[in-house]
Design a protein around this ligand. Structure first.
Ligand code: NAD
Length: 440
């Protein structure tokens, strides 16, 4: 048993207090705001851990928030100002780590919620990073290639003062990719010299890691395999429904399918498709590569994204957006296990409904942590100037994810709490321990 887990172990009498009813009573009347939801989970974990007030104050607040003006000379010669963010939540366990999102809806609250989630995610899988997130409020589809590159370089030059390979390491997120990471590394290198470890998610030719592309989907499936063992679901006889068929959704579908699980429904932004006999995933992946959408895939019937989430199946994987499982639809969700491929897909109210309906939820900070885990491997390879074989990446990923699931599952059984509460307890405990040693 690990040292930090041992600290969580309590007496039987304490354990009795922390039953499901207790969780239900603490549920707020609302459930929509992601930061509020994350902090409610933090508070609950802090209560169960008996965390002292000083540490609560220290761990809840972000360490630093940087708001930057990102001016861009458009192709038509006019100047436009965009707003950029980098929020560093906590670095007690290692340098800040988190992606950079380009989206018109990016704002301070969203970036802060995602930065906070990163602190708990990196801690939960026990990789030596803290949590951060960044973004620019921009619709990148409206920019030319030159404009996108200029915007990226200006943004990096503005946040340069707080990032670094031992300070804060960005990565791709919504609408940012390997190409954008390459520009970021190049811009940072102009001032600091060759520094591949400044960002992760880079193309292979620039020091990216083998296995990074499929890592999040692979991690999702590793946690599903463990959960199926724990909750008595026979994966090779099971059915699954997956919302989202992008990076996370498509690889989750592929790896689940390879284990004999029948994928009966998937969706993307254009809507959903269903087949009782099971969808041919390798063919669907080829179809999507060509058509850029799952719409019209042969041998399936169409359904809406809302209907998709209510299809009867064994395993439901939301792998697209946040806030899709809510008080409105949770009671109609008809599955035996939910695996959160996406970040924040379940509101607090929906969580309580799943709990009382006996549907275990593998929470985002555990389920989709495979991506940041392989980002850690990429960073380690860059610092070592050494390249790992794919088998090593996949073996280490499996070890990390299985260990994290088992630690969380044990706490959930011991304390009679959900997998989400158990995950927060373990994650908060580790960060609290490190923060206490450093500053208190
Ligand atoms: P992606 O852009 O590759 O794919 C997103 C998918 O969601 C696409 O199929 C898109 O069509 C679909 N989608 C978009 N809007 C939709 C809507 N309104 N209804 C239904 N489907 C819709 O993104 P991704 O990298 O697969 O990320 C998906 C989720 O996983 C996000 O929440 C992201 O934060 C989270 N996540 C991703 C990673 C990673 O490594 N890629 C890691 C951790 C968490």
């Amino acid at each position: 048993m690990s040292k930090s887990f041992a600290l969580i172990k309590s007496t039987q009498a304490e354990t009795q207090k922390n039953n499901k009813n207790d969780e239900v009573q603490k549920t707020p009347k609302h459930g929509g705001n992601p930061l509020e939801n994350i902090n409610l989970q933090f508070d609950r974990a802090a209560d169960l851990l008996g965390l002292e007030q000083d540490l609560r104050l220290l761990l809840k607040e972000p360490y630093r928030e940087l708001n930057v003006q990102v001016p861009l000379k458009r192709d038509n010669g006019k100047m436009e100002i965009f707003h950029g963010y980098r929020i560093q939540h906590n670095a007690a366990r290692g340098p800040y780590k988190g992606g950079i999102r380009y989206h018109q809806d990016v704002d301070r609250d969203e970036v802060l919620a995602l930065a906070t989630l990163m602190t708990w995610k990196t801690s939960l899988v026990n990789i030596p990073f803290g949590g951060a997130k960044g973004g620019i409020a921009v619709n990148p589809q409206t920019l030319s290639h030159r404009e996108l590159q200029a915007l990226t370089r200006t943004y990096i030059s503005k946040i340069d003062l707080i990032i670094g390979p031992h300070r804060d390491i960005p990565a791709p997120d919504v609408n940012t990719d390997g190409k954008i990471m390459a520009w970021m590394m190049d811009e940072y290198g102009k001032k600091h010299g060759y520094t591949p470890a400044i960002v992760t998610g880079k193309p292979l030719a620039l020091g990216g890691s083998l296995g990074r592309t499929e890592a999040t989907g692979k991690g999702v499936v590793i946690t599903i395999v463990e959960a199926c063992k724990a909750y008595g679901i026979e994966l090779n006889k099971a059915t699954a429904v997956i919302q989202g068929f992008g990076n996370v959704g498509s690889y989750t579908a592929k790896f689940l399918n390879e284990l004999g699980c029948k994928i009966v429904g998937v969706s993307d932004v254009s809507g959903g498709i269903y087949s009782e006999e099971g969808i041919n995933i390798p063919e669907l992946m080829q179809y999507v590569a060509k058509e850029k959408s799952i719409k019209g895939f042969l041998g399936t019937q169409p359904l809406t994204n809302e209907q998709l989430l209510e299809v009867k199946c064994d395993i439901l994987v939301p792998a697209a957006l946040g806030g899709v499982l809510t008080a409105k639809n949770a009671a109609r969700v008809n599955c035996r296990l939910i695996a959160e491929g996406a970040n924040n897909p379940t509101t607090r109210e929906a969580d309580v409904i799943f709990d009382s309906n006996g549907i275990p939820v593998i929470p985002d900070i555990l389920c989709n942590a495979g991506g940041v885990t392989v980002s850690f491997f990429e960073w380690a390879q860059n610092l070592q100037q050494y390249r790992w074989e794919l088998d090593r990446v996949n073996d280490e990923l499996k070890k990390t994810m299985v260990r994290a699931f088992q630690e969380v599952y044990e706490i959930s059984k011991l304390k009679h709490v959900s997998l989400r509460t158990a995950s927060f307890m373990l994650a908060v405990q580790r960060v609290a321990e490190a923060a206490k040693m450093r500053v208190l």
